[in-house]
Design a protein around this ligand. Structure first.
Ligand code: PEP
Length: 245
């Protein structure tokens, strides 16, 4: 499965939902999956707009528990109830801003899977880790620690997002992306077997670089931040991925 996923982060009010209507009109009938993960406050309304269209709606995070005394948190069950079909877990901004460890990400992934939703599990090295030559070791440890046993291509998507490339306009070289994706493919095949999982690249993907990134082996789509906020930017990224199917 190929997937163009947009992460709106902490951006978006009801007045921004027009972008979603423009996006739905612009993507037509794509050959890939298309997903927007808005703030939790917009999932319900966006899901109504996306009814009977190719657009899927997802959450950006969830709590590991289904319900309880966790003020301010949202569970996977609540996201599903609001209309989400995917949930991002382990985004580097969650890992950095909220101290999320691999063990926490693993518990959240289990919570997503328990609700029958698809988890997009994010991994990626910092700039210091890349400079130290530790990229594959870091990504390998995150994969091992963040993914529960029993993950399949139907339930889990993995996003490689080098922390230093997120929101910076900087991207790794195509060779660097291909190296990490080949490594992830081999690690996941060795542990889980079965059909190959969808592997996304994330970090400053934009219309001008999407085509060359999507042409790389083992890259099945993208997780897109800034360029997912405007239909005029995200629709060409969807078209570039759809053209590879
Ligand atoms: C992201 O938030 O996952 C991301 C990749 O952001 P950007 O595309 O803005 O770098």
């Amino acid at each position: 499965m190929k997937l163009a996923a947009g992460n709106w982060k902490m951006n978006g009010l009801g007045s921004n939902l027009g972008e979603v209507q423009r996006l739905i009109a612009a993507i037509g009938d794509p050959k890939c999956q298309v997903l927007i993960c808005p703030p939790a406050t917009l999932i319900d309304r966006m899901s109504i707009l996306a009814l009977d269209t190719p657009l899927h709606v997802g959450g950006q995070d969830c709590h590991a528990k289904t319900s309880g005394a966790h003020t301010g948190d949202v569970s996977a069950a609540m996201l599903a109830n609001a209309g989400a079909s995917y949930v991002i877990v382990g985004h580097s901004e969650r890992r950095a801003d909220h101290g999320e460890t691999d063990a926490i990400v693993l518990a959240k992934t289990q919570a997503v899977l328990a609700e029958g939703l698809i988890a997009i599990v994010c991994v990626g090295e910092t700039e210091a880790q890349r400079d130290a030559g530790d990229t594959l070791a870091v990504v390998g440890a995150q994969l091992a620690g963040s993914l529960p046993n029993g993950c399949t291509a139907d339930t889990v998507v993995v996003a490689y997002e080098p922390v230093w490339a997120i929101g910076t306009g900087r991207t790794p070289t195509l060779e660097q992306i291909a190296e990490v994706h080949a490594f992830m493919r081999a690690e996941l095949a060795a542990r889980f077997g079965g059909a190959p999982m969808t592997l996304l690249y994330g970090g400053s993907v934009k219309p001008s670089n999407a085509e060359e990134i999507f042409a790389l082996p083992n890259v099945d789509g993208a997780l897109v931040g800034g360029a997912a906020l405007k239909a005029a930017d995200f629709a060409p990224i969807v078209a570039a991925l759809s053209a590879t199917v």
